[in-house]
Design a protein around this ligand. Structure first.
Ligand code: NDP
Ligand code: OXD
Length: 309
């Protein structure tokens, strides 16, 4: 039996229909229809509530309806030997490219400054800036970050990338490991974070590292909220070291209404929508993986627990 669970019952109903059509040989259920947790072999889920996996003694795998698995890896009701599979792109990379492009293009064309000038009724032309003069650092060169870096390089920006292991991407200066990060920070007019939240990356973008960015830089965070120190961002915005921030993910979501960044004129806040899971793509990818399992082969997108992503 395969349990489908997300926080939205209507979404679960839609997934049940799609999976039942795609894989009629399997039995799918929602939580309401589940009487014996010990019958569950696989769980397809996003944001499972605490205790969901309790009693699932036959559990053989969990399919995450998203790319980031940080919260799945921090639970105490999911045995370490149960494999977790995540979505690989599934249409999210293109959405992320658009989200990041919006910020980088706005920075290059001074749109944030013009917005503030408009509020103040100021008519003042700024010197044009060409893409080749804007240095962009992309942290995370995986399924999503790799496509972001490639798209920005194709747009003509000067792109550097950073990852855990070494990468070679045409037109992109790639760095890796702890020493590579400082170079990217020192030389990024726009810093784009598309990293996963892991024990190594949590708190990575702290006040000291952010202060390395050139004066007037912009930060875009669409990875996870716990990677970036929001107080440091606020302080650097106040001092003018940072010009702008575009933030999609937060340590606490929703960002509490009283948080000062909501009202900061240099900050764009979006509600964790940079790249949302596309239902049809997710069903296709997970169904293909369930077929692989039935044939005795290894599914794609297996999370390496020791690396945290
Ligand atoms: P991947 O696992 O494919 O890529 C992760 C990248 O981060 C890899 O390049 C990896 O390096 C790098 N990385 C991991 N740990 C470190 C480290 N310690 N130091 C340097 N680099 C590191 O993930 P995806 O691209 O699919 O997704 C990335 C993240 O984006 C997700 O985990 C999620 O948090 C976030 N996300 C946010 C969304 C949103 O709407 N805001 C939507 C979808 C995803 P290496 O290549 O060497 O392995
Ligand atoms: C994801 C996300 O990780 O939506 O898929 O953040």
């Amino acid at each position: 039996m395969i349990l489908i669970h997300t926080p939205a019952p209507r979404e679960v109903a839609a997934y049940l229909d799609l999976f039942r059509t795609a894989l009629p040989q399997h039995v799918f259920t929602d939580l309401e229809g589940l009487s014996r947790p010990e019958d569950v072999e696989y769980v397809i889920t996003w944001g499972p509530p605490p205790g969901l996996f309790v009693g699932m003694s036959q559990l053989k795998g969990v399919f995450n309806l998203g790319a980031g698995v940080d919260r799945l890896l921090q639970r105490d009701d999911l045995a370490a030997e149960v494999p977790i599979y995540r979505l690989l792109d599934g249409g999210m990379a293109q959405q992320m490219v658009e989200y990041v492009r919006y910020g980088v293009l706005g920075y290059q064309r001074h749109m944030d400054i013009y917005r503030r000038q408009q509020t103040a009724g100021v008519w003042k032309m700024l010197p044009p800036r060409l893409p080749a003069t804007v240095r962009v650092g992309v942290l995370g060169l995986g399924e999503i970050g790799g496509q972001v870096a490639r798209a920005l390089a194709a747009d003509g920006y000067r792109v550097q990338g950073w990852s855990r292991s070494a990468h070679t991407l045409p037109g992109i200066l790639c760095h890796h490991g702890p020493t590579g990060l400082d170079t990217v920070l020192n030389e990024s007019d726009v810093l784009v974070c598309v990293l996963p939240s892991t024990p190594q990356t949590r708190g990575l973008l702290d006040a000291t590292r952010l202060a390395r960015l050139p004066p007037g830089a912009m930060v875009i965070n669409a990875g996870r909220g716990d990677l970036l120190d929001l107080d440091a961002v606020q302080g650097l915005l106040e001092s003018g070291q940072l010009r702008a921030a575009q933030l999609d993910v937060f340590p606490e979501e929703p960002l509490p209404p009283a948080h000062p960044l909501w009202r900061h004129p240099a900050v764009t806040i979006t509600p964790h929508v940079a790249a949302i899971t596309l239902r049809q793509e997710a069903v296709e990818q997970i169904s293909a993986n369930l077929r692989r399992l039935a044939e005795g082969s290894e599914p794609l997108g297996k999370v390496t627990r020791t690396q945290g992503y």
